[in-house]
Design a protein around this ligand. Sequence first.
Ligand code: NDP
Length: 312
Amino acid sequence: MGKSKVLIIGGTGYLGKRLVKASLAHGHQTYILHRPEVGVDIEKIELLISFKMQGAHLVHGSFSNYNSLVEAVKLVDVVICAISGVHIRSHSILLQLKLVQAIKEAGNVKRFLPSEFGADPARMQNATEPGKVTFDDKMVVRKAIEEAGIPFTYVSANCFAGYFIGGLCQFGKILPSRDSVVIHGNGNIKAIYVTEDDIATYTIKTIDDPRTVNKTLYLRPPKNILSQRQVVGIWEKLIGKELQKVTLSKEDFLASMKDLDYAQQVGLSHYHDVCYEGCLTNFEIGDEGDEASQLYPEVNYTTVEDFLKRYV
Ligand code: NDP
């Protein structure tokens, strides 16, 4: 069996561009939706052209032109959507309902991977408001996929390293501090960190793997399941300096949300669930899921320590 042809939607996005690179690197015929709405955004156009020069096919299509979505998905075997879902940037998760409809109508797609790539939304029914909206919307999309009978894989990627490790797990920081750090509660709750490139690699690895059809793929690289104190400890060792630690209680963290705008509140509530509630590590993977580093041991994933070396 040859490698699947892949359509990536959101291919110029933060994660999407890495999915395109990984798909090309793994030898898949790679198609990228080129939306007219991109207009004269020169950065996106340059990126699209560079992907085309590396062998990708650009497919014209738009979420405001349903038939164009149907025609686009007819070209491929696998559709991966990496549409935006971070409120502080942009949030378009429910637009995928149109895509689900298009995939159903086209009838040829062997696997659909919707834009998830975070905490498993099926396990976030008790998520903190207002951040729960992210998981609720992703569940709406899942329901539509499953009702349409479309084969799927959901990728639960846990924490993007760039956001979480870069900021030593502090919301609103993406560079590690060198003087002091805010510690969430006792700082011992474990979370899971995966670099964006590794997320893309595992995602592409799974698209032709029959073991993960209609399952959730959890990304839990064992060396990257760490508490905030452990992450800070690795950073301190790298810079040869101990940071001043300021402890922030759960109550004070939640209280700090109330003066923020909605998008920031959404982001902060996610950090709350990860850092205080341990929502990424407080469950075992059941029969509906598989763990990526076990399925694909050949992937030499980036450890938190190696990732942090970039910032020294
Ligand atoms: P981006 O904000 O980078 O956006 C991705 C793409 O979405 C854009 O490039 C664009 O595609 C497309 N898009 C945005 N708005 C629209 C619209 N109105 N109509 C059509 N397309 C649109 O997304 P991210 O890479 O940050 O997020 C991807 C996924 O990863 C989301 O599900 C998000 O929740 C998740 N995530 C998880 C994190 C974690 O720590 N676990 C952190 C960050 C994200 P185009 O290329 O066509 O212009």
